[in-house]
Design a protein around this ligand. Structure first.
Ligand code: SF4
Ligand code: SF4
Ligand code: SF4
Length: 197
């Protein structure tokens, strides 16, 4: 049985360790993540999110997944957008169920989850030509074709809804076996992430 003094020493040490890990995590290089709408202020989001999973459970398009430990100690099990699984309709339901306001009310006309980026080495239009699936699917008219019929994203129009990424047929076989590679992917606005979550 540890004495009271030893017990206090042990618990104090555990708290110090956790505090130290939290402080250390702040200084580790962190990958930018795609958050549900209203969660774009990453510092405020990470401080408030309880990892309660309510947003993920309610999302009608199943676009919300969970960050992994490889995304960071603080980020693990927080909600991230996985556009190979779904897209965001900006329905606001995740914001409404969030108990801590980690997801803040947003203006659906101005909110930006991320920015769609064409992956030239994977895009069918860049490879053999003939594909306009993303352009046709974009409800915000953010994609046009250049002189060689390659898709080009207008960053002013794109809000990162992810429909283009979800629907892109490039490497669809790999997608069925669990991969997430598409010819167009939504990347964080900061540009730190790789968009292939
Ligand atoms: S706004 Fe709606 S569709 Fe978009 S992530 Fe939230 S619950 Fe899902
Ligand atoms: S509902 Fe809010 S607190 Fe809960 S996991 Fe989602 S963002 Fe975090
Ligand atoms: S993410 Fe949405 S708004 Fe942006 S180009 Fe793709 S479909 Fe259009």
């Amino acid at each position: 049985m540890p004495s009271r003094r030893n017990f206090l020493k042990m618990t104090g040490g555990a708290f110090a360790l956790l505090f130290g890990l939290g402080q250390a995590a702040k200084f580790l290089p962190r990958k930018a993540l795609l958050r549900p709408p209203g969660g774009q202020d990453e510092a405020a989001f990470i401080a408030r999110c309880l990892r309660c999973d309510r947003c993920r459970s309610i999302c009608p398009t199943s676009v919300i997944g969970l960050a992994n430990l490889s995304d960071g100690i603080l980020e693990a099990r927080t909600p991230v957008m996985k556009f190979h699984l779904g897209y965001c309709s900006f329905c606001n339901q995740c914001v409404e169920v969030c108990p801590t306001h980690a997801l803040q009310p947003f203006d659906s006309k101005t909110v930006k989850i991320g920015l769609a980026t064409v992956q030239k080495d994977i895009c069918i239009a860049w490879d053999s030509g003939g594909c306009m699936v993303c352009m046709d699917a974009c409800p915000y008219h953010a994609i046009t074709l250049d002189g060689q019929s390659h898709p080009v994203v207008d960053s002013r129009q794109c809000n990162g809804c992810g429909i283009c990424e979800q629907i892109c047929p490039a490497l669809v076989m790999r997608s069925y076996i669990g991969g997430s590679i598409r010819g167009i992917v939504v990347t964080p606005i900061s540009g730190k992430g790789d968009g292939n979550i």
